[in-house]
Design a protein around this ligand. Structure first.
Ligand code: FAD
Length: 466
């Protein structure tokens, strides 16, 4: 007894450490000190509602459910689906998707292209080249994939269900109350949650609420894109098109004000094209029935291989290319924005959905550090500051590609092509106007560590007393 009393007396000189450690655990029977947070202490588990079952909403649902939160996704469409076109899953996104358990769901559908070839508009001559295999896997620890959007979406959907996410279709949100954390749906039902994530796309309803009633709608960029696919078996009938089909690759033709990005999807059966061109008109006035003829006219006189493929296209959709600017706020109380709702961008870095995947992981990781519900707002504020910087820089990089790719023939185009030349002949280089190749951009874009960025921001805030 006397021995115990003296142990208690001596133990009382210890203060509760401010850093994560379990070195005082052995004293817990002898002293009143609170055992400090340990890194694997249980985090607060929340009821989270996500509005929007697009690529961003579903990836986020998986990240949050895998952290133990109870997640429901509400989607306005009565049937889940995606546009019938392709999408690139760059390594920065694929590394996170692999952590979310997506590899087995994607592996039968994704294609891993060997390289990206930049081609001259007029004759298809290679003017730039980024090797993806094995470089991207080796350097960035994840493949660079291309896939049919429907396959990507369906993989995310299946994985979400497998990790316990509930998905409610035919549920259109018509109003949000950030203070009470409630959403009202078109059918009159009202849902309250600990946190609402609005992944409701470029026309987001929630964005205006988060911005205090003054929406910052993504703007026209002066460009639109035709999105099309062609059956590979039709292309195979023309031997001249063989070189576009033999090795899986991305081919991008660049010219005055225009470019065409292509790659194979759907287990190599479908050739996907995105044809970007200048267009400042109002999408509400577009006549989609004229899109096919307009598309052919836009690219008349381009490389014959490319125009042969364009002539095989039966139908196309004309799509506006919008870009948002950096929003000051992504969070209002318990309502947060995510994906295109927060950072619409032109697809010239192929990073829009990738940014939404990073958003989802950043949000889940920041919330995993919350052990007391009073700290949720800190986690959301950290999510906001980390993600606004990253995504606005990606908006900027995407717009810059629009300038770099669209030079008319002349001195700037010649200087650009000359600067890309070393990469086409496997000579060493330290910079490139091809942002997939430029070593500095490449590391920033594909080597970005989302969780580390969140960790660093938490540490910075703790050091500054929040
Ligand atoms: C031509 C083109 C090529 C692209 N290529 C790439 C690429 O290669 N790689 C890449 O990473 N990104 C690419 N992107 C960008 C990418 O497609 C988008 O960034 C991504 O799809 C956005 O996902 P999201 O979930 O944020 O939004 P969305 O996909 O728009 O999803 C929003 C969802 O919310 C639902 N919703 C909206 N309002 C409500 C409401 N009130 N109530 C309930 N539900 C609602 C919608 O029905 C929809 O399902 C490309 C974009 C374009 C246009």
């Amino acid at each position: 007894m006397a021995k115990n009393q003296s142990a208690t007396a001596n133990a009382s000189v210890f203060e509760t450490p401010t850093y994560p450690t379990n070195c005082l655990y052995f004293l817990q029977d002898h002293m009143q000190v609170r055992i400090p947070p340990s890194p694997n202490r249980k985090s607060q588990l929340l009821d989270i509602v996500i509005v929007g079952a697009g690529l961003g909403g579903l990836a986020t649902a998986i990240a949050l459910a895998q952290s133990g939160h109870r997640v429901k996704v509400y989607e306005q469409a009565s049937v889940l689906g995606e546009v019938g076109a392709g999408i690139q899953i760059p390594s920065n996104s694929m590394r996170l998707l692999a952590e979310l358990g997506l590899e087995p769901y994607l592996k039968d559908h994704a294609t891993e292209p060997k390289a990206i070839y930049f081609r001259r508009w007029q004759n298809g001559k290679t003017i730039g080249m980024t090797k993806l295999i094995p470089e991207f896997r080796q350097t960035y620890n994840a493949p660079y994939y291309v896939i049919h959007r429907a396959d990507f979406h369906s993989a995310l959907h299946k994985r979400a269900l497998d990790v316990g996410v509930e998905i409610k279709l035919g549920s259109r949100a018509v109003s949000y109350n950030a203070d009470t954390s409630t959403i009202t749906f078109e059918n009159g039902s009202v849902v309250t949650a600990d946190l609402i994530v609005a992944a409701d796309g470029v026309k987001s309803l929630a964005r205006k609420v988060v911005l205090g009633g003054h929406d910052k709608v993504p703007q026209k960029t002066g460009f639109a894109a035709y999105r099309s696919t062609v059956k590979v078996e039709r292309m195979q009938q023309d031997p001249e098109l063989d070189s576009l089909l033999t090795e899986p690759a991305l081919n991008i033709w660049v010219g005055d004000g225009r470019h065409v990005m292509t790659y194979k999807i759907g287990a190599g059966k479908t050739f996907n094209l995105v044809l970007s061109h200048p267009d400042n008109s109002d999408p509400r006035e577009w006549d989609q029935s004229k899109a096919l003829d307009e598309m052919r006219a836009e690219f008349r006189g381009w490389d014959t291989k490319l125009t042969k493929v364009i002539n095989l296209i039966d139908k196309t959709i004309k799509w506006p290319l919008l870009s948002g600017s950096k929003l000051d706020q992504w969070v209002s109380e318990r309502l947060v924005l995510l994906g295109d709702a927060a950072h619409a961008m032109v697809p010239y870095m192929s990073q829009g959905a990738a940014m939404a995947v990073e958003d989802g992981v950043a949000l889940a990781h920041s919330l995993s550090k919350v052990h007391d519900s009073r700290d949720i707002s800190k986690a959301l504020s950290i999510y906001q500051s980390v993600r606004t910087i990253r995504s606005s820089q990606m908006q900027e990089a995407s717009l810059l590609n629009g300038q770099l790719w669209h030079f008319p023939d002349g001195p700037l185009q010649e200087a650009r092509d000359l600067a890309m030349y070393p990469e086409t002949v496997s000579r060493p280089f330290v910079h490139s106007p091809n942002q997939w190749s430029d070593p500095t951009t490449q590391l920033w874009c594909y080597g970005y560590d989302t969780k580390k960025a969140v960790e660093e921001e938490w540490e910075k805030r703790i050091a500054n007393g929040f």
